[in-house]
Design a protein around this ligand. Structure first.
Ligand code: 3EB
Length: 339
């Protein structure tokens, strides 16, 4: 097992880590009260509500490959073999006062430039999956919604590194939190990801200009290949058909539409991958909920569609269009034959 995701809804402990003498590559810790906790690995800290009894979500990627790590321009990173996980927090206030770019746009561009410089230095150029969080994502400043400012900075960084902002771009999510710095976690490797698109949706990188001056730079899903495994990362998926939001104001319908989109994406992934079909029931889900009051209805709507044993965590976050009430991301993994 070269790379494995462990999810725990308890405070960090060493219990899950000793398994197979694996080392932690990195992870995430979500919850209201995560301040002051420390981890020995790159850990994305997200101060937000996690629904359920423990109110805390700890995720760790374990690796059995030789581990090294460091800090580069504020990015805390580890690599296990040829897979790298890193976390960067940037305070956009440090980028205030420019004429051409808003602070958030400048911080977003800088964050991605730092990531690309690190990946070049480590000779692991292929960005597989990115987790983006920013404060007040639907707020407007400098005449532009903050998510749209983020999109400009992100795309500029891709173009500066001649990476192209369409086609072979990473899987991602981009969510809003109540406060805090721009927080970006990422996974990268030595082999390219296979980008997966959704036949029901316009590719996000081709969204028309009504959603902002620059399109978002992400693919609907990515298939990646650490040694012996195929991992499917399904990007944040919402109630969008074509490029339009559908079912505004109807959280249950948005829930069903999001799952229809995920079903379409994993069907595509099964077609493009090397390990056969993925089933909805085998994925692990993170559901981002805009209005906490709607969480019970979301859980109730997902239950018959995913079954009682599905691995689902609900987290409070703002979605990047103000008419979207939820967004769902997912991950699954298959062994490669002979792997
Ligand atoms: C969408 O489909 C919903 O900007 O990185 C989903 C996943 C969304 C990733 C991103 C945005 C992003 O457009 C929003």
């Amino acid at each position: 097992m070269s790379l494995q995701l462990i999810t725990q809804c308890t405070p960090p402990s060493t219990a899950a880590v000793s398994r197979e003498t694996a080392a932690v590559l990195g992870g995430a810790l979500l919850g209201r009260a995560t301040a002051g906790m420390t981890a020995q690995w790159p850990e994305q800290r997200l101060a937000t509500r996690v629904f359920g009894d423990s109110a805390l979500l700890g995720e760790r990627w374990l690796t059995t490959l030789p581990v090294s790590g460091g800090e580069s321009e504020g990015i805390v990173w580890r690599r296990g073999g040829d897979v790298l996980y890193g976390v960067l927090e940037l305070d956009e206030a440090l980028f205030a006062g420019e004429k051409e770019r808003t602070p958030l746009q400048a911080a977003s561009e800088e964050a991605y430039l730092r990531i690309f410089r690190l990946l070049e230095a480590q000779e692991l150029p292929h960005l597989w999956r990115v987790w983006n969080y920013l404060a007040d994502i639907n707020g407007e400043s400098h005449g532009l919604e903050r998510y749209r400012q983020f999109n400009i900075g992100r795309q500029d960084a891709f173009l500066e590194f001649s990476r192209g902002a369409t086609g072979n771009v990473p899987a991602a999510c981009a969510l809003g939190l109540a406060g805090g710095p721009l927080s970006i976690a990422f996974m990268a490797g030595s082999t390219p990801a296979v980008a997966v698109e959704n036949p029901r949706q316009v590719s996000a990188y081709n969204y028309p200009a009504e959603y902002g001056p620059r399109s978002p730079t992400f693919s609907r899903a990515a298939l990646v290949y650490p040694p012996g495994r195929e991992i499917l990362f399904v990007s944040g998926t919402a109630s969008i058909v074509g490029h339009r939001t559908v079912h505004p104001g109807d959280v249950a319908a948005q829930c069903r539409e999001s799952l229809a989109n995920i079903a379409a994406v994993i069907a595509e992934a099964g077609r493009l991958g090397r390990t056969g079909a993925y089933a909805l029931g085998e994925l692990s889900y993170r559901v981002y909920v805009r209005d906490p009051a709607s969480q019970p209805l979301i859980a109730e709507t997902l239950l018959p569609l995913l079954g009682p044993d599905a691995d689902i965590v609900h987290v409070e976050a703002d979605i990047c269009r103000s008419d979207l009430l939820l967004e769902i991301e997912a991950v699954a993994s298959h062994a490669l034959e002979g792997g």
